[in-house]
Design a protein around this ligand. Structure first.
Ligand SMILES: *Cc1c(COP(=O)(O)O)cnc(C)c1O
Length: 224
C-alpha cells in the first residue's frame, strides 16, 4: 500500500466543520485500505456494488457502518438488508418499498436518503426535484414503517466550473429546506444533506453539507 491513508484521513477530518460526517468511499479498494482507515479511527464507509460490499462486510470489523452509495437494483436489496446502515441513493418509490419489505423481514428500520438529480450530466441517476416533490406529496412513503427517510443526497456535475458546482449544491440545500418544511418539520431524523466528493467537498461544506463522501482523496486512485 503506497498511500498514507491515515495521513490523508487526518488532513480531511481536520478541515471538516463540526457536524459534518465523513463517509470514506472504499469501493474498488482492497480490505487492507479499509483496515488502515479503520485503525485510524474511521467507522463509516461507503460502497456502491453489492457483491463487493457483502464480501467486505463479512471479513471486516462488525462496528463499521456501511453506507450503500451507488445505484441499487431492487433484486440486490435482500443481500444488504440485514446489515446496511444507510442506503444513500434511493431514487424511486419502488426501491423504497423493496427496502421497506426486506427491512421488515429482519425487524429493522433502514435509514435512507433520497437521491436528487441536479447535475447537468444525463447519465446520472436520481429524482428530479419535481419527481421528488411528487413522491413525497403522494404520501405512500408514510406507510413504510421500516424505512426512515433521513435527508437528501446528490452529486454535482463533474466540471471545473466552481460556480456551477456551488449553484448545484445550493439548489439542493434550498430544496432540502422546502421539503423539510413541508413534510418533515416535526421529524428530527430528517437532517442529512449528503453532498461533496474528493474534488468538491470543500465547496459542499460551504453549501451546508452534513455528510461528505470521499474516496480518492483518502485511498488514492481506484484501479478498476
Ligand atoms: C465513488 C463515489 C464517491 C467518491 O468519489 P471520489 O471522487 O473518489 O471522492 C462519492 N459518491 C458516490 C456516489 C460515488 O459513487
Amino acid at each position: 500500500m503506497n498511500v498514507d491513508v491515515a495521513a490523508n484521513l487526518k488532513k480531511i477530518t481536520d478541515t471538516l466543520p463540526q457536524g459534518v460526517r465523513l463517509v470514506a468511499v472504499s469501493k474498488f479498494h482492497p480490505d487492507e485500505y479499509v483496515e488502515a482507515a479503520y485503525n485510524a479511527g474511521q467507522r463509516v464507509f461507503g460502497e456502491s456494488h453489492e457483491q463487493e460490499l457483502s464480501k467486505k462486510q463479512q471479513t471486516l470489523p462488525d462496528d463499521i457502518e456501511w453506507h450503500f452509495i451507488g445505484h441499487l437494483q431492487t433484486n440486490k436489496v435482500k443481500y444488504i438488508a440485514p446489515y446496511i446502515s444507510m442506503i444513500e441513493a434511493v431514487d424511486s418509490l419502488k426501491l423504497l418499498k423493496e427496502i421497506n419489505k426486506h427491512a421488515a423481514k429482519h425487524d429493522r428500520v433502514i435509514k435512507v436518503l433520497l437521491e436528487l438529480h441536479i447535475a447537468e450530466e444525463a447519465t446520472k441517476y436520481g429524482l428530479t426535484l419535481d419527481a421528488c416533490r411528487e413522491l413525497l406529496e403522494a404520501g405512500e412513503w408514510r406507510e413504510l414503517h421500516n424505512v426512515q427517510i433521513c435527508g437528501l443526497m446528490m452529486m454535482a456535475s463533474n466540471v471545473d466550473d466552481e460556480d456551477q458546482i456551488r449553484r448545484e449544491f445550493n439548489t439542493a440545500a434550498d430544496f432540502f429546506d422546502e421539503v423539510k418544511a413541508r413534510y418533515f418539520a416535526d421529524d428530527d431524523a430528517f437532517c442529512e444533506r449528503s453532498w461533496g466528493m474528493s474534488d468538491d467537498y470543500q465547496i459542499a461544506v460551504q453549501c451546508r453539507s452534513t455528510m461528505v463522501r470521499v474516496g480518492t482523496a483518502i485511498f488514492g486512485p481506484r484501479v478498476y
